[in-house]
Ligand binder design. Sequence first.
Ligand code: HEC
Length: 100
Amino acid sequence: MRAAVVLLLLVVAEAGAEQSDALATELLAAGCNACHGPDGQGSPPVPALRGRDDLHVLLEGWREAPEAKGRAHIMIRFARALDGADTAALAAHYAADDAP
Ligand code: HEC
């Protein structure tokens, strides 16, 4: 019985963690969308993020070798504030076809 309760708690805690991960990604994306347009659709001259599949590469590049990129200086600061998990989550968020 006790084992079943512990198992149930673990399942509930895991579900909660997944939900708060999704919320954290939404919040991060809201920050990006402030410049990149509603839902990352782009707001000229700021490029669109939605539907792109190379965000992970670009963001990791800025984080690890910003001086090698030569452009988008404004993005270096934002990219550096993200860790690998954030970057992957954002890349998946924007690569998804189904806009929320
Ligand atoms: C303060 C405004 C601002 C915020 C906030 C911002 N960006 Fe940007 N971003 C820009 C601008 C401006 C450019 C274009 C810079 C250039 O082309 O040199 C850009 C470029 C990019 C590019 C490159 C696109 C391309 O075609 O080269 C990516 C990827 C990107 N941003 C992702 C993000 C993500 C992800 C976030 C949130 C973590 C974010 N940006 C937050 C202003 C912003």
